[in-house]
Design a binder for this molecule. Sequence first.
Ligand code: FAD
Length: 426
Amino acid sequence: MAAKKDFEIAIVGGGIAGITLAIALLKHNIPVQVYEQGHAFSEIGAGVAFGPNAVRAMDYCDQSVRYAFDEVATRNQWASKQTVYFDFLDGMAKTKPKVDRDILFTLENQVGANSVHRADFMEQMAKLVPKDLAHFRKRLEDVTEDAGTGRLRMKFTDGTTAEADAVIGCDGIKSRTRQLIVGEDHPSAKPHYSQKYAYRAVMPMQRAIEAVGGERAENACLWMGEKAHVLTFPINHGKTFNLVAIVTDDKEWPDVTHLTLPAHKDEALKDYSHFGDSVLKNLEMVDDNVDRWALFDTCDHPVPTFYKGRLCISGDAAHATTPHHGAGAGFCIEDSAVLTHLLTDERVTAPGDLESVFAAFNANRKERDQWLVADSRRTGEIYEFNTEDPGKDLTKIEKELRESFGKVWDYDLETALETAREDLGS
Ligand code: FAD
C-alpha cells in the first residue's frame, strides 16, 4: 500500500458520489472524513441501473465497491435477455401487441440491465466506511481558508466547524459547495427544471407478472411515446418490479425547494391517456398515492469550473443530469475513480499539491460529464419523437441511441486515468 499522505480530504455528502470516493480513498490510504447532512448514509427505495463503464469504475475505486454492488445487483431474469439493456417498445400501440412483435429495437451491452435497489446498494457500501470517519447531521454552510494554517474550515448549520486540507463537495443537485465555487448569483449555482417529471414506483414482481406478463415484467422495457415514456426493470434479485414513468410538462415546477410532490394515480393515468393498453396496465398497478419527481439538471447553465483552489465538486454537485441515459450515478463513480487516481499519484504528497489535482480532474472530467447532461436531455426528447431529426424515423433513432449509449458504456477508463495523470504534470 502507498505511504500515507501528508494531507486530509473532507468529503461533503454521502450519496453514491461521496461514499464511493470515501471508500476508494480509504482503500488507497488517503486520510478522509465524510460530512453528511442526514442521520445516516441512506438512499431512496427506487431502482438505479449501472452500465459497463460504471462497473469498471467500481472495480478501480476498490474491489469492495464491486462486491457491494454484485451482492445486490439484478439483471434481466430471462436467460435470453442477459445482455439486453432495454427492449424499446411502442407505448402508443392501442391494441394489445403480440409479444416479440412489438419490440421496435433492442440496445445491448455486456451486462444488460444491471440494476440495484438504491437503499440496498447504499446499505452494503455504508458497511465499508468506519464509524469514526463519518459525521452525520452536518449540513455544510460555508468554507473559508484559515489565514494562519492555510487549511479550509467548514462551517455547518449546527454551528460546529471542522478543518481539512481540501473539501470535495459531493452534495448533490442542490449543492452548497457548487454555490461557494461559482457564487450564489451565478446562473449555474442552481439546477433548472428540464420540463419533465417522473412517477416512480416499486411493487412485488408477482403483481407485475400477473398484469403485464413475464417477458415484460421480468426484463427491462422502455415504452416510447409522444410527450411521455415509461421504463420498467427488475430489481431486488427479480423479486421487485421498478417503474419510472416520465412526462413532458409545459408548466413550471411549482416549488423549487421540493423536487418531489405528492400526486394521485389518476393524474398519471391522465398523463398517459393517449398511450396503449400495455403501458396503461403498468400504470394501473401503481398505488393510489404516488410521488411525482421533478427532473432538474444543470444543462441550461453548466458550471464554468469544477474547482476553485482546494474546493472541488464531484457527482451531481458538478453535473446533475436527467436520467434518460441511466448514467448519472455511473458518472459519479467514474469521477470517484479519477479523483482517487490523481490523489494517489506519488507527486501528490502535501496540501500544496491539491489544487493541481483538482485542475487535472476538471480538465479530464468536465467535458464528458457535461456532455452526458446535454445528451441525456436530447435522449429524453428522442424517446418521445420530439426532435426534428431523427423525429419518428426508427432506423435513425436506433442508430443515434446506439452511438450515444456507446459513448457512455465504452468509456476507456484506463486511458482516461493515464491522461489525467499527464494533466497533473502539465
Ligand atoms: P446525491 O445522491 O444527491 O447525494 C448527495 C448527498 O449529499 C446526500 O446524501 C445529501 O443528504 C448530502 N448533502 C446535500 N447537501 C449537503 C450539505 N450542504 N451538507 C452535507 N451534506 C449534504 N443514474 C444512473 O447511473 N442510473 C440510473 O438508472 C439513474 N436513474 C435515475 C432516475 C431518476 C428518476 C433520477 C432523478 C436520477 C437517476 N439517476 C440515475 C441519476 C443518479 O440518481 C444521480 O446521478 C446520483 O444518485 C447522484 O449521486 P450524488 O452522490 O452525486 O448525489
